[in-house]
Design a protein. Structure first.
Length: 434
């Protein structure tokens, strides 16, 4: 048994006692009252999911296992000479809540290497799909195709044991996370690089090997590490995370669950936002004839945009009430590696003027930029200019968080999710208007 799995097993034993006590002794304690607006409005803000892997604080941003993004980036071990941590070490942190030593992180690196090769039957399926198939369709299909190898499905068929169900779920999750960068890079080269592929390099960690297989020079390896960590998890309630939780709660395996989660991520209101922001930015540059942006020029453009009834893409967030730390992390990278890039200069100028304008405008609850305001710019700078592929990158990162979550769901024996519905007439009666 690997060190990570051994530590995880011990953590699960301890955590089960906490969950059991809450249910047995405090199960009737109310968490909150639900409003009609929340009932109709997509369950926004209703506290009905549990995860210890991440928490979204309105003023600190996402916390991974209680740690802020700067704390995570500082604490986790890094490959020699690199600015960003091993993604494999981050996986260890999400599963256990412990910061791994460099040796422990490198042990996970080696385990990922043993599992990263794509099965030939997945390649056959991808190659059989029409070349104009959307890359997210190919990504989801590749994940679903691998379901034939699910250890959890085999475990269930042979006789389900609730107390050990986390073990095969963990094995499936590890198999998937290790393979996803290879699958993503294969899809990219298949669709956009004349079907010319670059073999995996087993001397490299997950981020380094992904950059290698994409055919993009360093420091894109650090971009990959940063990007996969920042996009990994965002509590349990966002669409891709919740979809994955929901499907797994039926005792479907990780392949079924993650494929469904990726389909949710492909929605325009979720994972497509980063490409929409970049497209909008390039439209701004066209309207301003590519001129070097000045505060006065950008202020006028932003006011004209708002007064025409449009929004500023990449600004605002359902929960956050400050600049998204994920945005700040990417901004720091841009200031170091691409300070003179024309698109980044527009992003930077927007950051300087938009928050104050949105405050004055008065309609935005959060006038600060979110993660999508920056991420597409970095990909474009390093030559990855195919918008449709950006959500696949998001998906590789998001899988890390949601697969860690459903491993813990099985460890704690969470039941199938089944919210109760009301009719409109019932709500009218509750409101006193019928």
């Amino acid at each position: 048994m690997s060190k990570l799995k051994e530590v995880l097993a011990s953590k699960i034993d301890d955590h089960r006692k906490r969950t059991t006590r809450l249910l047995k002794e405090y199960g009737d304690v109310k968490v909150q009252e639900i409003t009609i607006a929340q009932t109709i409005g997509g369950a926004r803000g209703i506290k009905s999911l549990v995860t210890d892997i991440s928490y979204l604080d309105p003023f600190e941003g996402i916390r991974f296992r209680g740690m802020t993004i700067p704390e995570v980036m500082e604490a986790l071990p890094k490959p020699e000479g690199k600015d960003y941590p091993y993604v494999e070490g981050f996986w260890y942190l999400l599963l256990t809540g412990d910061v791994p030593t460099k040796a422990e992180a490198e042990e996970v690196v080696e385990e990922f290497k043993q599992r990263r090769d794509i099965p030939q039957y997945v390649i056959d399926v991808l190659r059989a799909m029409p070349k104009d198939t959307h890359p997210m369709t190919m990504f989801s299909a590749a994940i679903l195709t691998m379901q034939r190898d699910s250890k959890f499905a085999k475990f269930y068929a042979e006789g389900f044991n609730k107390m050990t169900a986390w073990d095969p779920m963990y094995e499936d999750a590890l198999d998937i996370v290790a393979k996803l960068p290879s699958i993503a890079a294969y899809i990219y080269r298949l669709k956009y690089k004349n079907d010319e592929h670059i073999p995996s390099d087993n001397s490299l960690d997950m981020g380094g090997n992904f950059a290698h297989m994409m055919g993009i020079d360093n420091p894109y390896d650090d971009v990959a590490r940063m990007y996969f960590i920042l996009h990994s998890d965002h509590e349990s309630g966002n669409a891709s995370a919740h979809t994955t939780h929901l499907i797994a709660s039926t005792l479907s395996d990780a392949y079924y669950a993650l494929s469904g989660g990726m389909n949710a991520l492909a929605g325009p209101l979720h994972g497509l936002a980063n490409q929409e922001v970049l497209r909008w930015l390039q439209g701004v540059m066209d309207k301003l004839a590519g001129k070097e942006p000045t505060p006065e020029m950008m202020k006028q453009f932003v006011w004209d945009t708002l007064n025409s009834g449009q929004v500023i893409p990449g600004y605002g967030h359902a929960v956050l009430r400050k600049t998204d730390p994920r945005y700040q992390s990417q901004r720091d990278f841009c200031l170091k590696h691409l300070p003179d890039d024309k698109i980044f200069k527009y992003v930077d100028m927007l950051y300087q003027v938009v928050p104050d304008i949105l405050k004055e405008h008065g309609k935005a609850k959060n006038p600060w930029p979110n993660v999508d305001a920056q991420s597409g710019v970095i990909q474009w700078f390093y030559g990855l200019k195919e918008y449709d592929f950006y959500t696949v990158l998001f998906g590789v990162g998001r899988a890390i968080g949601v697969l860690a979550n459903i491993t813990w769901d099985r460890a704690l024996g969470y039941p199938i999710e089944r919210p109760k519905s009301l009719t409109t007439a019932m709500l009218e009666e509750i409101a006193g208007i019928k």
